[in-house]
Structures are given as C-alpha cells and as structure tokens.
Design a protein around this ligand. Sequence first.
Ligand code: PAF
Length: 295
Amino acid sequence: MIVTPEILAVRSARWANTNLCWGLVPTMGFLHEGHLSLVRRAQAENDRVGVSIFVNPTQFAPNEDLDSYPRSLDRDLELLGSEGVDLVFTPVPSTMYPEDFQTSVAVEQLSLPLEGASRPTHFQGVATVVAKLFNIFQPNRAYFGQKDAQQAVVIRQMATDLNFQLEVVICPIVREADGLAMSSRNVNLKPEQRQAATVLFRALRAAADRFDQGERSGDRLREFMRRTVGAEPLARLDYASVADPLSLVELDLIGDQALLSLAVFFDTVRLIDNMIVEVPITAGSKTRSRPQRGD
Ligand code: PAF
C-alpha cells in the first residue's frame, strides 16, 4: 500500500497503468465499518482503490468541532492495509490550501436547506475539497455514504455541473446493532448520550412505519419525529425534515418518495441521520431510478 501526503505521488501511482479503473473513497479518517463498506464496494467495482484521509478545515465553521474531530492515522492505515487498499493520500492542510489559495466551489441551491441552514459554509468547503480530490486522483468512481444524504446530492450535482468524468456511487448507511448510524463523531458521546443517541434511528424508523401505514403528510411526520426526539431528555433537536430526496425541498404531501432526516445535538455533539421512504413498486409499474432507502 502506498501512503503519501504528496499530490504528485498520487498522480504517478494513479497513472502508472492507464488501463486500470480506480475507485476513490474520500474520508476524514477515524475510520469505522461505514468507511470500510465504501472501501469494499470500491474494491468490488474497480481494479485499484485509493482512500484520502484529510480533516478538511474549510468545511468546519469557526464555532464547530474541527479541533475535537477525532483522528487516528496509524489505526486508519492499519485498517486500510488489512483491507488491501492500494493508495492512501494523507495531505497536510497547506498542500490542499496553499497560502495563495482563492478558489471555491458552491453548489448554490442544494447547499441552502437542512445542514446548510445550520452550517452555511459547510457545503462550499465539502464541494471544494471533493472537486480537488477528484482532480488529484481522477478516479473512475467515487464512493460516499448515504448517511450524509445532502452531501451525496450536493456532490452528484457538482460532478454533473463541472463535467467530472466519473461515477458518484452512494452506499447504504451502516448501523450499530441498536440502530445508531456509524459516525466518527459517535466516539465523542458520553455513555449516557450514546444510549440516548438511538433516538435518531427510533424517530426515523417510527416515522417510516407511519409512512408504510399510509401517512403522507409531511407536517405530521415532521411533528411526529420532533415529538419523539423531544421525549429524550439528553437530545436537543436541530431539525426534523421530510423533503424530496433529490431537490431537498420540504414536502407538504409525499408522492412516491421522501427523505426523512434529522440533526440532533447531545450537548456539543451533533449527529445526523436519515431514511428514504417510498411507495412500493407494484407489478407492472416502472422501475424507480431515484435513491433507495439507505438503511
Ligand atoms: O464525508 C466526509 O467525510 C467529508 O465530508 C468528505 C467527503 C471526505 C470531504 O471532506
């Protein structure tokens, strides 16, 4: 496995054999099973797999958790080595953002709601660093998790708008046994908060059950998720949303599909989770090409 902080070394490994297909898994490290599921999917679909590990400062606002974001490079490299990854890019911030850096990528509309409403500069940082990683690696496919549902939609739009010649692959959410979506931030939860954090999955699952029983009102499902989270004393709701999975516009009445999503604080730790609900496809109807439930 090649491990390098240098852009040139990534380029020469990637282009050593022009016939090989490369998959890229961009990460911020502190890897867990969710990341490894992306790596395995990338391995199944490509000849070679590259992983980037970079805690990207531009996607954190000054009041956010850049400093406390968990890091574990040695352990990450061990994990990636045992998965058989070919190349790991570990740049330092000055490599990605030299002193005279002055360009950014904004996916305007899709960055506004949900996470963007609470974190107005976040997606500009994400889109910029992902565009840079796409240019550095020039992968055939790039892999992201459905857990960051809005990020997935923003990156797909960015790749289309900027004509990146690659496929953006979105992989299902990986959950702990009790339903908590895997996230590097889970490690910052105190034991009692860790237990309380299952409320995200419980609220989403219960709302999805209501949808399956015929509820189609966005307002009623939002209110139901709000009340479920509100019943957990250690949880503070940031938002509960029922939106179109592609446009992210809030829905009054759900048609075929909706993205149910939540952001919840446990003291200073902010967690997000989501679930796609959809009307089952009946025999004879067309196959859907929209996102599938990511649980
Ligand atoms: O999802 C993440 O870990 C990050 O937002 C990403 C895509 C690696 C960009 O920094």
